[in-house]
Design a protein. Structure first.
Length: 114
């Protein structure tokens, strides 16, 4: 059974840091990444990374503050989030495109308080 299991969300103050983890099981994904969905907004891409280490960050609002990484041996992706802002508050979803469908984690809440 293919699964993506996230961990690491929580409540943090402005300027703080969090690290999200996404452990994949059941298959090895070429690409893994993160989306987020803020209240009342559409789900949006944050960043992706392939097994070779190539990254894609969705926009300038997270570039320089967020870093995606992977441990291929552990089949796990990470999202290090620094200098967090209130607008980063969202449910963060791990994402991985498979051969026939896209897989999603259950989501983890990140709340940044001012």
């Amino acid at each position: 059974q293919v699964q993506l299991v996230e961990s690491g969300g929580g409540l943090v103050q402005v300027g703080g840091s969090l690290r999200l983890s996404c452990a994949a099981s059941g298959t090895i994904f070429s690409i893994m990444g993160w989306y987020r969905q803020a209240p009342g907004k559409q789900r949006e891409l944050v960043a992706t990374m392939d097994r070779g280490g190539n990254t894609n960050y969705a926009d300038s609002s997270v570039k320089g503050r967020f870093t995606i990484s992977r441990d291929n041996a552990k089949n796990t992706a990470y999202l290090q989030m620094n200098s967090l802002k209130p607008e980063d508050t969202a449910v963060y979803f791990c994402y991985a495109p498979g051969l026939t469908r896209t897989y999603w984690g259950q989501g983890t809440q990140v709340t940044v308080s001012s």
